[in-house]
Design a protein around this ligand. Sequence first.
Ligand code: GDP
Length: 433
Amino acid sequence: VPVLAVVGRPNVGKSTLVNRIIGRREAVVEDVPGVTRDRVSYDANWAGRAFTVVDTGGWDPDARGLAHMISTQAELAVQLADAVLFVVDATVGITDGDAAVVKILRASGKPVVLAANKVDDQRTETEAYGLWNLGLGEPFPVSALHGRGSGDMLDAVLAALPETPPETVGEVAGGPRRIAIVGRPNVGKSSLLNKLAGEERVVVDNAAGTTVDPVDELIELGGKTWRFIDTAGIRKRVKTASGHEYYASLRTSTAIDRAEVAVLVVDGGESLSEQDMRIIQTVRDAGRALVIAFNKWDLVDEERRYYLEREVERDLVQVQWAPRINITARTGWHVDRLVPALDKALAGWETRVGTGTLNNFLGRLVAEHPHPVRSGKQPKVLFGTQASTAPPMFILFTSGKLDASYERFIERRLREEFGFVGTPIVLQQRPRE
Ligand code: GDP
C-alpha cells in the first residue's frame, strides 16, 4: 500500500486533517511537539484506493532539542513515504519555517500536494492563492475542521501516489525475499544481523538530525539471497530519550510493511513485554508472516525455561502458529535454524487451497461439528473460497452470522488441514439472510 506522509509546522491543523482523511471523528489532538502518540500510521481509503497515512509531529527544521528530534522524525517519514501532503496555515501565510520545509521537500524528490488549511469560507480562499509563491504548484484550499475542499485535495493526493509501490513490483519479478528484524532495544537484533552477514560491520553513527536513510542489506543464506529491510534502523542507536518510542515504532511498522516476513527477536532471559505484544499486533494487522527468535539462550537455565514456557502459553496464544527458534546470536548457536523457519513461514503465507478442496473440507467440518444453535437459529457455512494469499484470506458465505469462537475453530482446523504455519489467516464472513 502506498504511503502518504502528512507534514507541516506545529498548529497548522495536521491532526485534524488526518482525522478528516481517515474519516475518524475523535477529539482532535493538539500539535504539541514532543507528545508521544502511540499510533502514527493509519489506513485510509479514497475513491476505492487504499493508502497509509503517516501523521508526523510538527516540523520545524530550525528547531533544537526536543523539537529537533521531532523534525528528524518528520524527515524520516518523508523519506519512507511515496508522496507528501504539506499542510500550511493559509490564515498565517508563508513563514520562514514553511520555506525551510519546502527546501527539504524539494531535495527529497517526492511528489508534494500542498494543502492550504483553515480556509473555512469563500472569503479566506483568496488568502490561499498567496501560497503559489512556495513554488509547489497549486495550493488546495481546505478546511480540515469543516471538510471543505478535502475532496479535491484527496484527488490530487491519489494522483501523486504510485499505483503499485515499487517494492511489490520487485516481488512479482521474483526479487529477494524481504525480511524485517524487529524487537525491543538490546534483545540482540544487530548481533543477529552481524552473525548472518558474517562480519562485524562498522556502523557510522550519523550525528542526530542528518539524513536517516532506510538501508537494506542483501545477505546470502542457505544458497539464496535475502533482503534485510532497514538495517540502518537496527544498527543505528537513537540515543535521545524523548521521542525515541515514536521514532522506533514508526521505523518498526514501516519495516514490517515493507517486509514479507518479520523476525521478532526477544530476550529469552526476560519476560515478554507489552512492546513485544504491540509488535506482534502490527505484524498481524499488516498480514505478514512471522518467526519468533528467543535470543540469549545461553542465559536461559532450567528455572527460567520453566517460566518461559508458561509465558509463551499465556502471551503467545494469538500467534501459536509462528515458528519459534532458540538462538544465541552472540556465538552463532542455532542461528542456522532461522532460514528453515523463514522458509516454512513464507510457504504457509503463500499457500493456496483450491475451491473444490476447500469446500470438501468445509462440508466435512460442518457435518462433524455443526455450529451451536443460537436463539432458535443455526448459522451455517454454505460455501467458502480463498480470495488471496500472502496472507491467506478466506471468504465464507454463511446463513446467519458465525460466532467468534466458531470462527476461531474453523481457523484452527484450516491450519491443521492445510499447514498454514507462520502466517496470520484472515476470515471474512458474508452472511446471507
Ligand atoms: P539490539 O539493540 O537488539 O540490536 O541488541 P544488540 O545486538 O546490540 O545486543 C545488545 C546486547 O546483548 C549486547 O551487549 C550483546 O552483546 C548482547 N547479546 C546479543 N546477543 C546475545 C546472546 O545471544 N547472548 C548473550 N548473553 N548476550 C547477547
